[in-house]
Design a protein. Structure first.
Length: 250
């Protein structure tokens, strides 16, 4: 069933990132065989290119509002989906990448530094992002009271926090809100229309102290955590206040 997260913001992304200790393979045959296997399962992922920095990318047509991609970076394997109607639209591709990576890219559980599941929400707003963040999330705090000083303006507000989701602190959640308004824009009063306020929820899993790092099992658990936190905490406590503060300024 769709959770409708993409209806609460202007852009919504779900990404899985496998962060590795060693560099991932770059050999032509290895990379192409991996991408061809993904294309076989998801035929619309048929656009392949190499970035200037050497990263390999397999993706769907980005002209569509909804698209998926897989990227092989030096020490990171990524799979994501933009504006999924249902989180499963992203999770299906990400599970396939987890299944294929050990056999086709030589990924070992010993090589994994961490596994991330990230939900990103972008909110379009042409104005001082810092004021929106301050009013929505920091009101009645010591930080917000600093704006009572003569001539003060909100700038450089990108709050973030990390909490543990397990007793061993190896499962963590990071919540961050990013402002893209800079000092020059605030000083001149002219703001870029294409730069959104971004909200990130990342569930990160580090390797267990004793057991083998079972990526597939951890991924499923992280997805569950992400959806639960979105519904129970992020939407009511972060998304709705941000959306309200933006609406008041339009």
């Amino acid at each position: 069933m769709s959770n409708g997260f993409n209806s609460l913001c202007d852009e919504f992304f779900i990404e899985m990132l496998i962060n590795t200790e060693l560099d991932l393979p770059t050999e032509r045959d290895t990379v192409l065989a991996f991408c061809e296997r993904i294309e076989k399962q998801f035929p619309s992922l048929n656009s392949f290119h190499r970035r200037d920095n050497g990263d390999f990318v397999l993706e769907e047509d980005r002209q569509s509002q909804k698209y998926r991609w897989v990227s092989i970076e030096a020490d990171r394997l990524c799979a994501g989906c933009a504006n999924p109607d249902d989180p499963e639209d992203a999770f299906g591709l990400q599970r396939l990448v987890l299944d294929l990576a050990p056999f086709m890219l030589g990924l070992s559980h010993l090589d994994v530094e961490s596994l991330d599941v990230t939900f990103t929400m972008d909110f379009d707003f042409q104005g001082n992002h810092n004021e929106v963040i301050s009013d929505a999330l920091l009101r009645n705090t010591a930080f917000h009271r600093l704006l009572d000083l003569p001539g003060s303006q909100a700038m450089g507000l990108s709050p973030a926090t990390i909490i543990s989701l397990s007793e061993d602190c190896r499962t963590q959640a990071r919540i961050a809100i990013e402002s893209r308004s800079n000092a020059a824009e605030i000083r001149q009063g002219h703001f870029k229309s294409e730069e959104p306020i971004s909200l990130y929820l990342t569930i990160r899993q580090y390797p267990p102290a004793e057991d083998k790092f079972d990526l597939k099992t951890c991924f499923l658990r992280q997805c569950g955590w992400a959806e639960t936190l979105m519904i129970e905490r992020i939407i009511p406590d972060f998304v709705k206040p941000l959306a309200s503060a933006i609406a008041q300024r339009r």
